[in-house]
Design a protein around this ligand. Structure first.
Ligand code: GUN
Length: 296
């Protein structure tokens, strides 16, 4: 194996340590304790695990965690009313509505009800527009985590060829905006892209965010490229359930210069960036300077 492993778990621990330090300063100097409200609708097992983890880590870095669990059949109007209350609550600086929502709810309408200043997911249309025009925004956590790891590993990204496989609102599109902000040449590839392996082989930086287990193999990768695997797929192999990415790690690691593993790569960075976003939102709400290195 040639590739260097980019350790997202260790990096995320460093971010959490910074957030803890900054949260302590806010508490001592300004009596401000950042608060994150997480709303879960329904019983999706994966979502329950994520929400529990978010609540635990929020408390660990010295911030307040507010959890709101609603039954699957809750009317959308009730969820919107809860968001209105959280928007008006001064103890809440960040609001996250866990996705996916039940089928009877309109996710776009729900997300756009969140005060953009409290939208720590960065999914509100206002934040999407602010990011797209290079203005101060809340940045979606997963792409922000990817960017932080890439800057840490590669330094200045200016002029690099970045290829993103996947065009989702949560990862692919905001990732492209962040790369443009760092002066990369950006391609978004997707399921209809012709000759995907050839497009991917142009990349100095390849981000896989397609949700298809181990689809990106070594033949998609330019020798020495940096590969970021956003996928988290549960598959059965040899009679056991395993977590694998969108990248076939074995063959990719033969060719890449550096690669994120699954688990232990992008995953831990996402929650660390959520905590960082909550801290940043609390500073902005009070008109305080933002701590350096915790945003784009
Ligand atoms: N479900 C899976 N990932 C995410 C995320 O980043 N934010 C929210 N709100 N829901 C998710």
């Amino acid at each position: 194996m040639a590739a260097q492993i980019i350790d997202g778990k260790a990096f995320a621990a460093r971010i959490r340590a910074r957030v803890t330090e900054e949260a302590e300063k806010l508490a001592h100097r300004h009596g401000l304790i950042p608060g994150l409200a997480v709303v879960l609708v329904g019983e999706d097992p994966a979502s329950q695990v994520y929400v529990r983890s978010k609540g635990k880590q929020t408390a660990e870095v010295g911030m307040r965690s507010f959890e709101h669990k609603l039954a699957t059949e809750t009317p959308e109007s009730e969820l919107l009313a809860l968001i209105d209350r959280l928007n008006a609550d001064d103890a809440v600086h960040g609001i996250l509505v866990q996705l996916p929502l039940p089928d009877h709810m309109d996710a776009a309408q729900v997300i756009n009800r969140i005060d953009p200043a409290k939208d720590v997911d960065g999914f509100h249309v206002s934040n999407v527009g602010l990011l797209g025009t290079g203005q101060t925004a809340m940045i979606p956590c997963t792409p922000l985590g990817c960017l932080m790891m890439l800057r840490d590993h590669l330094g200045n990204l200016s002029g690099m060829e970045a290829v993103i496989v996947g065009r989702s609102n949560i990862v692919g599109k905001p990732m492209a905006q962040l790369f443009l902000g760092d002066s990369c040449t950006v391609t978004i590839a997707h399921s209809r892209t012709r000759d995907l392996p050839a497009v991917c082989r142009r990349a100095d930086i390849l981000v896989a965010a397609v949700g298809r287990p181990e689809m990106i193999t070594g033949e998609f990768i330019k020798p020495g490229a940096t590969v970021i695997d956003v996928g988290i797929n549960r598959i059965e192999r040899d009679g056991k359930m395993r977590l694998v990415g969108d990248v076939d790690f074995q063959s990719a690691a033969e060719v890449a210069g550096a690669i994120t593993p699954v688990p232990g790569g992008v995953g831990p960075m996402t929650i660390a960036c959520l905590l960082a976003n909550t801290l940043v939102a609390a500073c902005r709400a009070r008109g305080l300077p933002e701590p350096k290195g915790l945003s784009a």
